[in-house]
Design a protein around this ligand. Structure first.
Ligand SMILES: C[S@@+](CC[C@H](N)C(=O)[O-])C[C@H]1O[C@@H](n2cnc3c(N)ncnc32)[C@H](O)[C@@H]1O
Length: 268
């Protein structure tokens, strides 16, 4: 286990150009898949840099409940080495550091990473390191991390990249380490559960009048065409965890649209 931040920084394999969108190691993937990943990364960076100043105020009850459940299921303890994928302004990363963990917050938007670091500084949290990188291109040394965690970020990835990241996380974790993903998890309306979640989201937005109707239209387009928002079901996440080798997989529904899925890399 790495105990201090300096040691962490030394072991990190930060790319020379963290904004690079070269699909390393993807030589066997098709040109179309690489282009899809490249476009997805570019649009996410633009979108979230634009929202960096306001996102932290998006602290509704549902989001807070989901984040709190993710922290609870992480079993965080002082000295643990954690990686928060799509850390944003540091909702999870800062909380883990408050529990005494060493945390690397990774985000595609440097504005988000800067916000996390500014908040860490203002609280005197010295164990938070920020890294500007697309999750899809993150490279960490094998077997060095106790916890990989993510809140409301992985649904932005293309499905092939979701699978790649779950596999990569398995490699970064030490034996006994855990992966916790809390996220919007639903399909595209094929099941009664999906339809119930979609209906309840529409109801909440419709209450906001014209701006709400505009969001309904915008979100309907995004879900249908899978632009920016690409959630998959808790069952699909569970299958990705199983395929990567995770054991003791638990999926907990927190609010209608969101689950926390946790898996453990078997101890040697
Ligand atoms: C909905 S916000 C969640 C932020 C934070 N986890 C939280 O709980 O508040 C999604 C975050 O994921 C980041 N993100 C989206 N796609 C990404 C990618 N491909 N690589 C790294 N970060 C990404 C965005 O920049 C944004 O900060």
């Amino acid at each position: 286990m790495f105990r201090n931040r300096t040691e962490i920084e030394v072991i990190l394999n930060v790319p020379d150009d963290p904004h690079s969108v070269t699909a390393e190691g993807a030589s066997s993937a098709s040109w179309r898949k690489r282009q899809g990943t490249k476009i997805s990364i570019r649009t996410q960076r633009r979108k979230w840099t634009h929202r960096a100043d306001t996102w932290d105020r998006h602290n509704d009850v549902g989001m807070s409940k989901v984040a709190a459940k993710a922290i609870e299921m992480s079993d965080v303890k002082p000295g643990m080495v954690c990686v928060d994928l799509g850390c944003g302004g540091g909702r999870l990363a800062l909380e883990l550091a408050r529990h005494g963990a060493t945390v690397i917050g990774v985000d595609v938007s440097d504005a988000m990473v800067q916000r996390m670091q500014a908040q860490a500084k203002s609280e005197g949290l010295e164990t938070v390191t920020g890294m500007v990188s697309p999750i899809e291109h993150l490279s960490l040394p094998a077997g060095t991390v106790d916890l990989v965690i993510s809140n409301y970020a992985l649904h932005h990835l293309l499905d092939t990249d979701k699978a790649k990241v779950v596999n990569a996380a398995y490699g970064w974790l030490r034996p006994g380490g855990i992966l916790v993903n809390s996220d919007m998890m639903l399909g595209r309306g094929a099941t009664a559960q999906d339809r119930q979640v979609i209906a309840s989201k529409i109801k909440v937005m419709a209450k906001k009048g014209i701006p709400g109707y505009w969001r309904i239209l915008k979100n309907a387009g995004r879900y249908l065409f899978r632009v920016h928002e690409r959630p998959i079901t808790p069952e699909a996440w569970t299958r990705l965890y199983e395929a990567a080798g995770f054991k003791n997989i638990q999926s907990v529904n927190v609010v209608s649209e969101a689950n926390v899925v946790k898996g453990t890399k078997p101890a040697l």
